[in-house]
Design a protein around this ligand. Structure first.
Ligand code: NDP
Length: 383
């Protein structure tokens, strides 16, 4: 029996994690679930899964959740600090970090310091502070099990293997894979939110359309698998069946395949080193896919991907600055305050404008994130 805390249980990954848990009540119990503002769904989840604690981060939503759960012996906490507090509870074995964005950083650090195994979906944590997080995991001897499908694929390919030569991260290419720059000029958030293969939260869906998500996955892979940036490659694979690959020194490539269903990598992270039988996870039939294609990404049309490689190569605080700028531009695009191609332009301008910090501490990252957000908003004319 594994006892879980699910940070961000009301999001796309959080809900699918609960579906996996529901299929295996003999293997998992839920100690804590958390949300930002989705009070109704959090209440519904709490009544169904009966955790010890629920956290509603936004304090204005607290009275509603508290009152709705008053008849049950469930503790209701609120505020960002409660997220850090709840992950430390003694019974918890594993923390699933399914929150979106920079907000996941502090609770992830708290979970590591409390010696909890991490099932990591919140890639922004590794984008912002990859070295710091990996160093902490080493110090506290905490394993990180990747939830992201690409990293789960690489992790699975590496089982039983020695040092890989190259990681090949596949990318669907998103809804605008074949669009010209002129066509991308006027695309709307509604168009960008229609991902061809994956059903995900809004922020990551926009990041997928701009290929910022793939850039973040390169950064995530650099830290998770201790690979230098020159040994990480991106391959556009529109069918999203090969979830990623690893090449070994003898030239052999191992790949992990499956239908695009996040419940598969979630279940693997939750049950590692075992595999659980599943009826809810889709099963791949190779005969359904006559053609699996691969092509090089176009860094001209998708400059966010190049920005991620550059930020990683420069090191220091650059990936934190890129993440902060992107959180601002991504949200601005969703609100109609920024054009699609402008997102990458403002991300680049923010990186140019921000001073370089070579070896940031955890507290430095908070200051850098805040300052980069101000700068990005200023460049966008939103401040
Ligand atoms: P969603 O937007 O669907 O869900 C985000 C969750 O985080 C919600 O529960 C939300 O609460 C909560 N949350 C958001 N902001 C805060 C905050 N400031 N404080 C506390 N809680 C907060 O995101 P996804 O599930 O799509 O993604 C989650 C993470 O997983 C991201 O880092 C993403 O990159 C990664 N990921 C997602 C994949 C997917 O298929 N969706 C695939 C691979 C990785 P509320 O509902 O109240 O807003």
């Amino acid at each position: 029996m594994r006892t879980l805390a699910i940070l961000g249980s009301t999001g796309s990954i959080g809900k699918q994690t609960l579906e996996v848990v529901e299929e295996h009540p003999d293997l998992f119990e839920v100690y804590a679930i958390t949300a930002n503002r989705s009070a109704d769904l959090l209440i519904e989840q709490a009544r169904k899964f009966r955790p010890e604690v629920v956290v509603i981060a936004d304090e204005t939503c607290y009275p509603k959740v508290k009152e709705a759960l008053a008849d049950l012996p469930i503790k209701v906490w609120t505020g960002a600090d409660s997220l850090c507090q709840v992950v430390q509870a003694e019974p918890i074995d594993m923390v699933v970090t399914a929150m979106v964005g920079f907000a996941g950083l502090r609770p992830t650090v708290a979970a590591i310091k409390a010696h909890k195994v991490l099932a990591l979906a919140n890639k922004e944590t590794l984008v912002v502070a990859g070295k710091l997080i990996m160093d902490l995991c080493k110090e506290y001897q905490v394993p990180i099990l990747p939830v992201d499908s690409e990293h789960s694929a690489i992790f699975q390919c590496l089982q039983g293997e020695g040092e890989p030569e190259k990681l090949i991260i596949t990318a669907s290419g998103g809804p605008f894979r074949t669009f010209t720059m002129a066509q991308m000029h006027d695309v709307t958030a509604a168009q960008a939110l229609k991902h061809p293969n994956w059903d995900m939260g809004a922020k990551i869906t926009i990041d997928s359309a701009s290929m910022m998500n793939k850039g973040f996955e390169v950064i995530e892979a650099r830290w998770l698998f201790n690979m230098t940036v020159d040994r990480i490659e991106v391959s556009v694979h529109p069918q999203s069946i090969v979830h990623s690959m690893v090449q070994f020194p003898d030239g052999a490539i191992k790949a992990q395949l499956g239908v695009p269903d996040m419940k598969v990598p979630i279940a693997y992270a939750l049950s590692y080193p075992n595999r659980m039988p599943s009826h809810i996870n889709g099963k791949l039939r190779m005969s359904d896919y006559a053609n699996l294609t691969f092509e090089a990404p176009d860094l001209q049309r998708f400059p966010n991907l190049q920005l991620a490689f550059d930020a990683l190569a420069e090191g220091g605080d650059r990936t934190c600055v890129l993440n902060a700028a992107n959180e601002v531009t991504n949200e601005a695009f969703r609100r109609g305050q920024c054009k699609f191609l402008q997102m990458a332009e403002v991300n680049a301008q923010t990186m140019q404008a921000m001073p370089f910090v070579s070896n940031p501490s955890l507290e430095d990252y908070f200051a850098i994130d805040a300052a980069a957000r101000v700068k990005a908003r200023e460049i966008l004319g939103l401040s």
